[in-house]
Design a protein around this ligand. Sequence first.
Ligand code: URA
Ligand code: SF4
Length: 218
Amino acid sequence: MPTSDSLDQIASEVAACTRCALHKTRTRAVPGEGPQNAEIMLIGEGPGFNEDQQGRPFVGQAGQFLEQLLALAGLKRSDVWIGNVVKCRPPNNRDPMPEELQACHAYLERQIAVINPKIIVTLGRFSMGKFFPTARISAIHGQMRRVGDRFVIAMFHPAAALHNPTYLPLIKQDFAQLPQLLETARRELAKTSLPSTPEPSPPTPTPKDETPKQMRLF
Ligand code: URA
Ligand code: SF4
């Protein structure tokens, strides 16, 4: 990966990509969008009809719902990066195939490396599968887990929640928890991301004949 990699560079490669068969049926590739310094990345499955027409992620019905969910966390669309595990629409919105996920994977990896988010929210099972290949969403949704230099939270896909009333309150709860989880993520990552901070100096040894103050409390 070139050290000068950028979201624009990745987007222009995606727009011209022919690495899997989805390029043949796409109208426009959908690289994803959002600020390069986003603390949160939301990763869905793949473009649907409207996304394929417009070249932008989550602009159809699922996208409108996603904006409502973000509002529950006090967030606007423009606060977060939004993208997908496959950048071109699978025909008739079928599931992405393993070889398509594999072919497209490097773009997402590069986007994550450039943005370096504190939290990745996976939406749906294909996105979750990148981080937790054997997990079930119903078992782990809403739980924040450390993965290397960041945290990952699996959530239901907004489109699935729109069509399944069981998931609706769950996805809302999970989004409503995001501000609190972001605080935790910031705090935890601050502990490890300051390599220039000197190690704290060792405590001054207590003279043997003097009981430390706090000890008297017990
Ligand atoms: N569903 C997705 O997974 N991604 C989109 O961009 C739109 C709908
Ligand atoms: Fe390339 Fe990904 Fe589109 Fe396949 S889905 S053509 S790998 S950008």
